[in-house]
Design a protein around this ligand. Structure first.
Ligand SMILES: [Zn+2]
Length: 166
């Protein structure tokens, strides 16, 4: 079991990772972002290169349920709370991180906050190295499974020690 953090602690880790953590020159990581478990059936995903190549912090419902909507579509059964995304954005502003935009939120299972300040350049560079794909097997691109390609992911520094090799 991975330990879950309070939202406040998770945000501190996320911001430290985005802005203070340096990725090694020989590490790479996907653009999908890093996962930080939060109490109350939540997790954050944090990416240095979200919309417009700027950082995005997303609050997600971890175990999602679905319910039948007014039509035959399925709707989120346990969405984020109506005030959850606005509060997340307000907390980031309170900590001095200007918010560029927000997406989704209630009644969805996720809410996203886009930040104004670009991530640490080494974080952006690590995602760029991922997008460039395996240098030894260019024909396999990011889908390569060789040892050299896998090793680059292991060298990336995650926001939590437990996630360092994720
Ligand atoms: Zn390869």
């Amino acid at each position: 079991m991975t330990e879950r953090l309070t939202l406040n602690d998770a945000l501190t880790l996320a911001l430290h990772w985005l802005y203070e953590t340096e990725q090694p020159d020989d590490a790479w990581m996907t653009h999908h972002g890093q996962w930080i478990p939060v109490t109350g059936n939540r997790h954050l995903t944090v990416t240095p290169t979200g919309a417009e190549n700027l950082p995005v912090i997303v609050v997600n419902v971890s175990q999602q349920t679905w319910t039948k909507g007014p039509d035959r579509d399925m709707w989120p059964g346990n969405p984020v709370a109506p005030d959850e995304l606005p509060r997340l954005a307000a907390e980031l502003e309170r900590r001095g991180y200007a918010v560029r935009s927000t997406w989704n939120g209630f009644p969805a299972h996720t809410g996203s906050v886009g930040l104004v300040r670009p991530a640490h350049p080494s974080q952006v560079a690590a995602v760029a190295r991922y997008r460039a794909g395996c240098l030894e097997h260019p024909e396999r691109s990011v889908f390569c499974e060789c040892d050299a390609w896998r090793a680059g992911f292991r060298r990336a520094v995650g926001p939590m020690p437990l996630l360092a090799s994720a």
